[in-house]
Ligand binder design. Structure first.
Ligand code: PRT
Ligand code: ZN
Length: 283
């Protein structure tokens, strides 16, 4: 049995549970639970506050955790990042009032910066040889300049809407973040094997999200041209249609090549093009 800690309620909770389920792990009803054991995989899920997760993983109470990289960096616990998960993406940035004349990082010398990330900010400022005073506050960091508490802030940004509505502008990104799986550095071989199984499933889910399954019909003489346009996994499947002189071609294409390929296929005489999502993709 491996223990995985995830955020109880917050921005990462839903995506963490969804990923676990997409990996084929069947959980009982998780509402109002602090822990639960999966039905079909030897994993126990612990529901915790995100800030506590690195500590629990570091001391071995949990084996794995899903948490923002920003929290991992700030808590400075001795854990390893085992996998990046691609959700909860945001950045930790320095922002100043719109009226602040930004001439570069030196403009922060002798200024007061409010943040909930004093450790990450301190490392950044030290590296950049800037001497500013850090005011740690635990929430509503964006209002600090407006109420005279600080000259600048360092906080998480995703859309930038919160900065804008508080009259602030982003001037320096100091960390790009996303949800990650962290692991206890001293996992037993059995638990390491379970982690590897989980990573394999997560990668299959991620790969599948980037690809689409495509089916189309084409006149037989156009099949080579159609195949030439499909950058498939190996080689496309070609099946004869009941209608003589026509074939059905099946393949896999990447989401980002999608429109470009579709245009080319239509021009090559393909008809009845279907593009469908893939649930898992095992290479
Ligand atoms: O209760 P608990 O301690 O578990 O949760 P929490 O309140 O500390 O964290 P939560 O749920 O707010 O965030 C969890 C994680 O989500 C963070 O640690 C980040 O890794 C990630 N994440 C992604 C974000 C954002 N995007 C985000 N935009 N966390 C916070 N924000 C906040 C930011 O602090 C700011 O107030 O959203 C505002 C900015 O958003 P925009 O879109 O207006 O730029
Ligand atoms: Zn938190």
């Amino acid at each position: 049995m491996i223990r995985l800690a995830i955020q109880k309620s917050g921005r990462l909770s839903e995506d963490s549970l969804a990923l676990i389920r997409e990996c084929g792990i069947d959980l009982p009803d998780t509402k109002n639970k602090l822990r639960c054991v999966a039905h079909n995989f030897p994993v126990e899920i612990l529901f915790l506050r995100d800030d506590d997760i690195p500590g629990y993983v570091a001391d071995g109470t949990a084996d794995l955790g899903i948490v923002g990289l920003n929290v991992v960096e700030e808590t400075r616990k001795p854990v390893e990042v085992a996998e990046r998960l691609g959700f909860g993406t945001c950045r930790l940035s320095i922002a100043v009032p719109k009226t602040f004349e930004w001439t570069g990082l030196e403009a922060l010398n002798n200024k007061r910066i409010a943040t909930s990330y004093p450790n990450v900010l301190q490392d950044f400022l030290e590296n950049a040889k800037i001497s500013a005073s850090i005011h740690e506050i635990s929430g509503s960091v964006e209002i600090a300049p407006g109420i005279g508490l600080a000259d600048a802030i360092c906080d998480l940004v995703s859309s930038g809407g919160t900065l804008l509505s508080n009259g602030l502008k982003e001037v320096q990104v100091i960390l790009q973040s996303e949800a990650v799986i962290i692991r206890d550095t001293a996992l037993s071989p059995k638990k390491t094997a379970l982690l590897d199984q989980l990573k394999f499933r997560i990668r299959s889910v991620h790969r599948a999200r980037n690809f689409k399954y495509i089916l189309l019909n084409a006149p037989n003489e156009q099949v080579p041209a159609v195949i030439g346009l499909l950058p498939g996994m190996k080689s496309p499947t070609v099946l004869p249609l009941a209608l003589s002189g026509w074939s059905s071609v099946h393949s896999v294409i990447q989401e980002d090549q999608f429109w470009e390929v579709i245009e080319g296929l239509k021009a090559a005489g393909a008809q009845g093009i279907l593009v469908v999502p893939i649930e898992k993709m095992i290479l």
